[in-house]
Design a protein around this ligand. Structure first.
Ligand code: F0G
Length: 468
């Protein structure tokens, strides 16, 4: 009934106790968190599927390498090891370390984005778009339409719609497009991959207009797995080879090493253009730290370097993606509407379909994430209207087509029985969905990245929008 679930290519040698809070404790904790799973204390969470970012279990090799981290302020040996690993596996010449992915986004956006800039991307990501907008740029979604339809089974829903990109270039002018921002995989679509064929075609179009491509490489190894599994002619190529192919078609990358690289913190910006690298090194010393640590401790750079090596090992990436697939297939078998096909890092429940009786202005995904927490102390993340924020020009909510609750699987952390526990809970909440009759409304709405610190109340209570 369910797909094969290969034994994990690791065993557990250190454990962290977790505890299931009582229903009363869950109700109290959720109220105290303003019905926002982002504001729950992790001690009140049993299975934490809020994110796969920095929540990975490191290997014994990563931990042992941390002991030999070089904490020199300048010229750390650990930086040169990291630089070499990025150059070897990702193939970019210049590597600028940052504390995490958004540090790289900040530096890149400050250098390349100006008021009047237009940045096309295969769907937005929260921090990425925010940095573009803070620098005066406008984001444009150029992903294929299939990506916005949770039920569509397109194997590469991260693909660029070349007609959309071409139209944008003609409308705003190539000179106003500092770069095309391509994510592999696409987080907000539930971890959907882009194909190498589509990337090559996009490359051809952008090269004709002299527009660089910057890759969001946070989950590019997961993307490489899907290419190996699904794209004709790639089955016999190694993950490392496919990863290098992805990067070869781009001019640089922002990396959150908290994802693919099994680290708890870290990131980098990498580029081929020496002038851009020079500008980035000038900014990194202002915002992150010296250009040979960029906000990471030497030991963190060791962990990332080793994590990069582990990330491309076939058995590791297979176990990772197939574990996510297992949870997804259990939910599909039970009739829960989820984003199809199942992505690389998360199973996303279609909250708009589950709670179709709630209006979008009552935040169905935020509401469903709260209900899941109440049922089983499983923490999921809202990836819908709350995450999308308000349009900077009109001030209105942006209503994305996808209204998702993301069950994000940390790497090497949970076992199959944990996933079965989660699946049973989601199925339970789904079967009882008619009982969820009130949505949520903001009681406190931060002006940027509101999903992190926003507070809510059941929709019938009094509402005040801060700043309104
Ligand atoms: N790009 C993508 C595709 C991401 O998923 C993230 C983070 C970032 C950039 C920013 O990296 O967190 O290291 O600063 N995603 C996390 C998530 C937060 O839960 O999806 P960061």
């Amino acid at each position: 009934m369910y797909p094969p679930y290969p034994p994990e290519p690791w065993r557990i040698k250190m454990v962290e106790p977790i505890r299931l809070p009582t229903p009363e404790e869950r109700r109290t904790a959720l109220r105290a968190a303003g019905y926002n799973t982002s504001l729950l204390r992790s001690a009140d969470v049993f299975i934490d599927l809020y994110t796969d970012s920095g929540t990975n279990a490191m290997s014994d090799r990563q931990w042992s390498d941390m002991m030999i981290g070089d904490e020199a302020y300048a010229g750390s040996r650990s930086f040169y090891r990291l630089e070499q690993a990025v150059q070897h596996y990702y193939g970019y010449d210049h590597v600028i370390p940052t504390h995490q992915g958004r540090g790289a986004e900040n530096i890149l956006s400050r250098i390349l984005v100006r008021p009047g800039s237009h940045i096309p991307g295969n769907m937005y990501f929260t921090t990425t778009r925010t940095h573009q907008e803070l620098n005066g740029g406008t984001f444009h979604d150029i992903i294929v339409d299939e990506a916005h339809d949770p039920a569509d089974e397109h194997p590469f829903k991260g693909n660029v719609d070349l007609a959309k990109l071409d139209r944008l270039i003609r409308t705003v002018g190539a000179e106003n497009i500092p770069y095309v921002s391509l994510a592999a995989t696409v987080n907000m679509a539930g971890g959907q991959p882009i194909s190498l064929a589509n990337l090559a075609e996009t490359r051809e179009l952008t090269a004709a207009h002299d527009i660089p491509i910057i890759l969001d490489a946070a989950r590019a190894v997961e993307n490489a797995w899907f290419i190996q599994q699904r794209e004709p002619g790639r089955a016999d190529q190694s993950i490392a080879h496919i990863l290098a192919e992805i990067c070869r078609l781009t001019d640089g990358a922002c990396m959150s090493a908290k994802k693919d690289s099994y680290a708890n913190i870290g990131g980098w910006l990498a580029v081929r253009d020496p002038d851009l690298a020079e500008q980035a090194r000038n900014l990194v010393v202002i915002y992150e730290g010296l250009h040979t640590y960029g906000g990471m401790a030497g030991r963190d750079m060791e962990a990332v370097a080793r994590g990069i090596e582990e990330s491309v090992e076939h058995d590791n990436i297979r176990a990772r993606v197939e574990q996510v697939g297992y949870l997804g297939d259990r939910l599909i078998a039970a009739g829960v509407p989820v984003m199809r096909p199942i992505g690389g890092h998360a199973v996303c429940v279609d909250a708009a379909a589950t709670l179709e009786h709630l209006p979008r202005s009552r935040f169905p995904a935020q509401t469903l994430a709260a209900a899941i927490y109440l049922d089983s102390a499983t923490r999921a993340a809202e990836r819908g209207t709350v995450s999308a924020g308000r349009d900077p020009a009109s001030g209105e909510h942006r209503y994305p087509k996808l209204e998702l609750v993301r069950l994000t699987i940390p790497r090497r952390v949970y076992t199959r029985s944990h996933l079965d526990f989660v699946a049973d809970s989601i199925i339970n909440v789904h079967n009882d969905r008619a009982a969820i009759t009130t949505g949520l409304t903001f009681t406190h709405e931060p002006s940027v990245l509101r999903f992190f610190q926003g507070r809510f109340a059941p929709a019938d209570s009094t509402v005040t929008r801060s700043g309104a």
